[in-house]
Design a protein around this ligand. Sequence first.
Ligand code: SAH
Length: 180
Amino acid sequence: MDHAKLKLDELNRLSVEEFKNTPKADIIFVLDNIRSAQNIGSIFRTSDAFNISAICITGISATPPNKEMLKTALGSTESVDWKYYPEALQCVRELKASGYTIISVEQTANSTKLHEFTPQKKGKYALVMGNEVEGVDQQIINESDIILEIPQFGTKHSLNVAVSAGMVLWDVYQKMFLGR
Ligand code: SAH
């Protein structure tokens, strides 16, 4: 069997212009005061891969263009739409008013475990990712429709925020769009 690794031009990726004109998955990331620009860049790269609608960047989080972000975003800050909100809570309330189901990705007492979550195939989801130290703001958690937690089985109490974003986006995306 031929398992030759694909060259860049064999991957058949979209140009930025084609990407902008492609229908988007109705999923939005809300970054609640994420302090590391490299984490934000990494979330941009994953958001590009799954063709999601937008990233809402809030509070203390850096916005593009940013040198640190560039290292991990590798150009995806040009393809994925983003908007800055001074207040994460305000952003969440606006998304809720526009019909988004608010999902806080966090570890809480009565969370839904990621593998037990079944998204609506035509749902509109806002995925809120929390600050590296504080996590998702408690008021946002209180106003969320769902809290999704990735179960962990090791010694560390939490995962890196960009890694968590990737795991949740892949899981939700494949359940919504890859028809199983
Ligand atoms: N609250 C954590 C720190 C936040 S980790 C603590 O007390 O250590 C940064 C962010 O990564 C979280 O807000 C959440 O969005 C995400 N995250 C990390 N581990 C997670 C897990 N196991 N399940 C869901 N989200 C997680």
